[in-house]
Design a protein around this ligand. Sequence first.
Ligand SMILES: C[S@@+](CC[C@H](N)C(=O)[O-])C[C@H]1O[C@@H](n2cnc3c(N)ncnc32)[C@H](O)[C@@H]1O
Length: 497
Amino acid sequence: MSCMTVSPAPSVEPLPLEGDILQQRAWRMPDLVVYRHGDDEWRVAPLDEDLPLVRLNRMGAALLGAMDGRLTIAALLDQFGTWLCGPNKETGRWFLERWSLPRYSLCYFGTDPPTGHNVHAKWDLLLQKVRDQWHENAPVEHEGHLTQFHHRGIQSHHGHFEIVETTVSHLLREPCDALRGLSYGRAIAQTIRRHGWWNPKPQRIVEVGAGLGYLSREMAQELSPLERRGVDYIFLDLTRPFLQSQLELAGQAGWNARALHANAEHLPFADASVDLVIDNENLADMTPVTLSREELETSRGRTPDHQRSLDRIRTFRLTPDTPYPQEAIFNEGAMRFLTELWRVLTPGGHALLIEFGIDTGWPDPVRLPGHTEYEVQFTHLRHAARWLGFREHYGALPQFLPIQRDAQVLCTGATYAIRRLREAEGHAFAVRAYTESELRRALGTTLSRLTGLHYHHILDPAWFSLWDFKVLLLEKPGGAPRPAYREAQGFRWYSQR
Ligand SMILES: C[S@@+](CC[C@H](N)C(=O)[O-])C[C@H]1O[C@@H](n2cnc3c(N)ncnc32)[C@H](O)[C@@H]1O
């Protein structure tokens, strides 16, 4: 990216600075990262990736600094309005007309700060509203939009997990302090081993929706070449450009890997032919069906697809929460996938499913740039799994990862901002879960040019809501009885399972 991209975007509607607004006060975003680019240039990144970076001169930086809730807009206009505040000759007025939510989202104008007890005016809720507004003018998303998005909406894997959607596994993809020196993939491999899923070794593994493929690369680090020998590792993904990266990383790691361009809701495998399925942070991408209250009450669907979902609810004997809302989302795609898992897994085969979700109520949509995902209703999914015959084990993701519980990690908003600010100067910066010392190592002396960085406890919901991510471990009964042993005081204690 060149510095040319930091010129102001003409398309942003200016806010008329008149009437009541003049008596309001201005608060800059609490986690706003300010980067000192040169002797007389500071830069900040708007929340919306489509807007260019904002460049400020000393006067502009002073205007930003003055937005601490003490001065009214009238006073700010008086003090900065006519002065040049940016190198592109923008005046203070020009910036004041554009910076507040939801435009550049650099500050908030109001009578009280958006913290307090007023639930409608907390920063995180305001930012969520901004994200929702990006979708307001988008065409209504139909039930097949996620399939279309993955088929056609993603042209390249470059930057996808840094800009469009970040996953837990992407943030923790490299060995990191937050996982006590492990990577996410390695920690997952340990979980698999701990549950005895590598004993006997799976002959055929399918990783569904592997994104860039880091999980397979890192899992390989945990397993010996002997343990990997002869294993057929298959990537299955709806997004063709991701498959290339998956094969590349798996090849480097020494897996005997191949790739299938397919939809996990209809697995292209024979019955009882797969020993292990891994599906990390993908269920929320599967097809949602929006059922009306009337459909739920009468069990009569207005389309064949809706009827299938209603039949599934009845067959699996799900007991959805009542009273029914006007419209309710059902994780139809995830249910189809689960049914397919039951079909393709060998007796004794396993599946590891990880995704954000809920245990009660109906799923909410989650707005992301360019598409919407849906929380997974895990009580429904688990109920269906048991109905199919699976043995299941369930918990929240932090219970399955060796998380360094007192680790403090950089706010993800700050990480995105630093990536943009560094890229504008021609330097790469990876979006990851940085502790302070990791960030110092990554940025070196550049760190001293950044202000506004703040860190969260890794398990604080304000960081990445890790408790909302759930792990569902499934076993299809019927595998050959295998000796299980535990080691204690130098002895192996065997039992038959
Ligand atoms: C949010 S990404 C997660 C990627 C990766 N597992 C990670 O944790 O970073 C979802 C992945 O699932 C793929 N995907 C989405 N819907 C799918 C479907 N119905 N069938 C197969 N793959 C799908 C996407 O292309 C992408 O690779």
